[in-house]
Design a protein around this ligand. Structure first.
Ligand code: DGL
Length: 267
């Protein structure tokens, strides 16, 4: 059996992908990780497919150049929706997105009725969730763009997020069986969302399961005795990520440890 101590690269437009990083660390405790939050260019949700694809490739190349990653997790639904084929083609390493695992989690959680997907406008426009879920189920995708800045600010409880959530979740189909949080920022709003809808689910845990299977299939798991390292990189405002990251990761983050990097602009 081969082993590979190189880290796993994970990126998102900002802090949302930390919800996926947490699951990766929980599921794969031997692995090292390098997380890149593209905080200089957040949000991705309203941008075109071409722009998000360019940003995604910039981020992936930056992680390869700075950290020699062995696999990439696209911890962003918008980037997964628009850029997964381009990333898979452009990169010499395996790539895992969050939409297929999220769709599988949705199908596993319900056998009938409408699946409601909450996501960015880009994810909704792409039609990626209905495609991934398939024709057996009715899917209603709703864009909730104001959730992302709330989460980037760490403003996840209280009247403001609650009222916005109530507005977005109005008039759900009467046969709604499951609500999918189709944006990696949204799980941080789960307590507020739970007040409006029953048990929202997300694809973070299923993504970590898929990553584990991929590392095993390619024989590139970290050795049991490897020294683990977890790096956090951002393209702007490291102190802001350090401020909100503990809520996502469930652990303290030393602000001095968050690295400010420039993305490689080559697409
Ligand atoms: N967290 C991202 C997602 O899962 C994107 C949020 C944004 O930048 O608009 O779609």
């Amino acid at each position: 059996m081969r082993v590979d101590p190189r880290p796993i690269g994970i990126f998102d437009s900002g802090v949302g992908g930390l919800t996926v990083l947490r699951e990766v660390k929980r599921r794969l405790p031997r692995e090292s990780t390098v997380y890149l939050g593209d905080t200089a260019r957040v949000p991705y949700g309203p941008r075109s497919a071409a722009t998000v694809t360019k940003y995604a490739i910039n981020n992936a190349r930056t992680l390869l150049a700075l950290a020699d990653i062995k696999a990439l997790v696209v911890a962003c639904n918008t980037a997964s929706a628009h850029a997964l084929p381009a990333l898979t083609e452009a990169l010499p390493i395996p790539v895992v997105g969050v939409i297929e695992p999220g769709a599988r989690a949705a199908l596993a959680a319900s056998t009938h009725g409408t699946i409601v997907v909450l996501g960015t406008s880009g994810t909704v426009r792409s039609g990626a969730y209905p495609r991934a879920i398939g024709p057996s189920r009715r899917v209603e995708a709703r864009a909730c763009p104001l959730f992302v800045p709330l989460v980037e600010e760490g403003w996840t409880t209280g009247d403001v997020p609650r009222l916005i959530a109530e507005q977005y979740l109005r008039d759900l189909p009467t046969d709604t069986s499951v609500i999918v949080l189709g944006c990696t920022h949204y799980p941080l709003l789960a307590p507020v969302l739970r007040a409006a809808v029953p048990a929202p689910i997300d694809g973070a845990a299923a993504t970590a399961v898929e990553l584990e299977a991929l590392l095993r299939a390619r024989d590139i798991q970290a050795p049991a005795d490897s020294a683990r390292r977890h790096r956090l990189l951002v393209t702007d405002a490291p102190e802001q990520l350090a401020r909100v990251a503990p809520a996502f990761l469930g652990e303290a983050v030393d602000p001095a440890s968050v690295e400010l990097v420039d993305v490689l602009m080559t697409a």
